[in-house]
Design a protein around this ligand. Sequence first.
Ligand SMILES: C[S@@+](CC[C@H](N)C(=O)[O-])C[C@H]1O[C@@H](n2cnc3c(N)ncnc32)[C@H](O)[C@@H]1O
Ligand code: SF4
Ligand code: SF4
Length: 382
Amino acid sequence: MKKLLAKSNFTKAIERPLFAARYLKGKVKANLGYRFGQGYSLSPGRVFFALTGRCNLKCEMCQQYNNETFQEEVAHARECTLEELKTVVDDISGFSPIVIVSGGELFLHKYWFEFLSYIKSKSLFCSIGTNGTFLEKNATKIVEMGLDDISISLDGPKATHDSIRGVSGTYEKAVRGIEKVMEEKKRLGKTKPAITVIFTITPANYRHLPEMVGLMEELGVGTLRVGHLNFLRESDCEAQQAVSKEVFGVEKDTSWSGYIMSLNGFDSAWLSDSIRGIRNDKERGIKVAFFPDFTEDEVVDYYSDGSFHSKSFKNACMVGWDTAVIGPSGEVIICPNYIIGNLCEQSFKNVWNNEKARSFRKKIAKMKELPVCSRGCCFFYT
Ligand SMILES: C[S@@+](CC[C@H](N)C(=O)[O-])C[C@H]1O[C@@H](n2cnc3c(N)ncnc32)[C@H](O)[C@@H]1O
Ligand code: SF4
Ligand code: SF4
């Protein structure tokens, strides 16, 4: 069983039976499809809604914020109506996937509340990802609706977080939101939602990691999830563009450019030591999970100038069997820039195994990975 679970999800699975059952079912189905499906996939274990591309912050490491084409598209994009969203939920609820709702910033969507409530009315496991700035005023609604999980991004202590996020006051807003959710859980006698803080490592904040562990322990959050940075070199993006065009017929695979970053002066050996120190501290009153859960040597390699291949993870993409990403306009994506259909026009069943989807799966099953996967795709290690 452990082989089927990504390391970072293993502990979570043991502690959360509903999550565990659905996660495991998803992994078994994905593996069966991957091995024997000839391009077909049984239903995905995970459906990820990017509810809106719009956002109120300007995070310096965010690929969406840094990508002008994406920003231009977002400004003119049509977002699904509530009726359309409900139809999609009806469509997917038959196979009980884990549902993750994020963005952009999901609270900017006009119908975020109705949408999440509808997901919960179908007894689906639902997790959301947010920057926390709208959390305080919506905390009661979120706790009352029975949401399962909430992940809030905090990139460091106050000054560091606000500087990375490009808008002052965001750290305090997010912390007040977390406190309010905790208060409301207590007042209403609820154990959900579980609260996770996400700390994404960047050149501007990695030296604050030990301090963040202490701050989050003091705040009383259940889990601090430390996410390694997705970043790419220009050469990765060029190689990706060539593969996308030649193999997949995608003329412009431009979305990766938002990940191009220079890590000049990044002390990866220091980070690796620091992670070891945190792992070895058995006294802490907070769970700290690293994602991906790289070995110490891998942490050093990951942030180096060279290419990177993990030895402790299977380097093969299974996203197309395992995860359906649904974009703001209803588009179904099984790899960034690879849209297989639109749920405002067709049912999920008719899209998931269509010719485009099967063709992509057959090709990626042979290739195993693309030039951007190992550092640029947050799904690669899940
Ligand atoms: C794109 S955001 C969307 C949700 C919400 N707006 C937020 O910031 O939490 C999802 C997560 O990706 C993280 N993130 C942003 N840029 C990243 C990068 N280059 N590498 C890894 N994670 C990144 C954010 O910090 C956040 O935790
Ligand atoms: S808040 Fe989230 S979506 Fe918005 S810019 Fe920051 S990381 Fe990107
Ligand atoms: S891991 Fe690679 S191939 Fe798979 S979805 Fe991500 S970018 Fe696409």
